[in-house]
Design a protein around this ligand. Sequence first.
Ligand code: CAO
Length: 420
Amino acid sequence: MKALEGVKILDFTHVQSGPTCTQLLAWLGADVIKVERPGVGDATRKQLVDKPGADSLYFTMLNHNKRSIELNSKNETGKEVLTRLIKACDVLVENFAPGALDRMGFSWENIQRINPRIIMASVKGFGPGKYENCKVYENVAQCSGGSASTTGFLDGPPMITGAQIGDSGTGLHLALGIVSALFQREKSGRGQRVLAPMQDGVLNLCRVKLRDQQRLSAGPLTEYSQFSSGIEFGDATPRAGNDSGGGHPGRILKCKGWRNDPNAYTYFITQTAVWEKICDVIGEPEWKTREGYATPAERLDKLDDIFNRIEQWTMTKTKFEVMDICNPLDIPVGPIISMKEIMEDEGLRRTGTIVDVDHPERGRYTTVGCPIKLSDSPVDVERSPLLGEHTREILEDVLGYGGEDLARVIESGAVGEIKS
Ligand code: CAO
């Protein structure tokens, strides 16, 4: 038994934002039916290809535990099949460019008419307004949602973060909207529209930066290293480098080996509660009582000097030694973990967050499993489907096509070449 067992998802998503959402729903137990253009499929199948002829990692890592049906939703028979899918499913998820579904003839009004209980969930770049018709990719969302202007260093340009907060972040928001709408439907009996605009999702993840925007009117942001460096603040939340976004100052500091290893660094937080232990560890016990160092407020204009001194200590240790020394003392530190190290992490493998998956075209590959753990709904990560792998099975078992009717649909060309 899985949490979302019995829920059928018509997965009309592509690229990253929508597929991350439906992949999560599949991991939570939903039956996810991915609808793809015959002969073409999700564009990511053939993007960033590392093994010629095989589906790319870009595709496989975003589409586990789904079934694939090839369907041309723009011809008459294709529209008939899509209509039957809408009737059979609980949720339709899509992230087409604005207006694409309407152009196919499947507006929300029509979809609702076909199945009043259906939930229609969409990712779009922007919510209603001036930019609602724009196509949007990850980095555009990071720029429009406030992330880029607040990421990077003060003396450098705005910066994109490696975490896919625009795509995967919005996929997460959408998944929560879908599950909530399913819960509400239990009582109301009705479906509804769920919209997760990428700009809004990114902004939600940047909420502490909007907090700082308002704090600026009360004076400089004293926990920013900009303050301790004596640089004046402008009228917008500045880029804060690696400063901590919370009340306890933090920085990324060099560790032993940093000259040759780009990831020999640690994050170090000077949490107030453990300040005295930090002083002892770095060999500055007199800082515990010295005027100008004893309290957090006094330290604010000396953070550059303080972190330089802490770094002198961290540079004598590897990032893992820093962790081993600080952890028992409750000093919050975090080694900078590379993707290579993550691939090899035994702990993440034990919990199923890193898994190896077999694929008929590409062999064995490593992927990120479900990051959410439900004690009563275990996740088995299954490989992504080949293009149209389940077309016949979905036509027959989900939609009830058979005999001459099935032959008619196949011969129409609406569902591509049947593979089994
Ligand atoms: N059968 C027939 N036609 C199909 C089809 C199918 N099974 N699946 C898709 N199509 C058609 C669409 O109807 C559309 O046709 P029209 O332009 O004639 O209406 C066409 O394929 C292209 O769809 P698209 O415009 O969504 O795709 P794109 O590659 O041009 O744009 C993207 C991609 C991501 C920019 C756009 O979809 C978008 O802005 N989506 C919303 C925001 C989003 O999710 N962005 C994140 C994506 S991940 O970085």
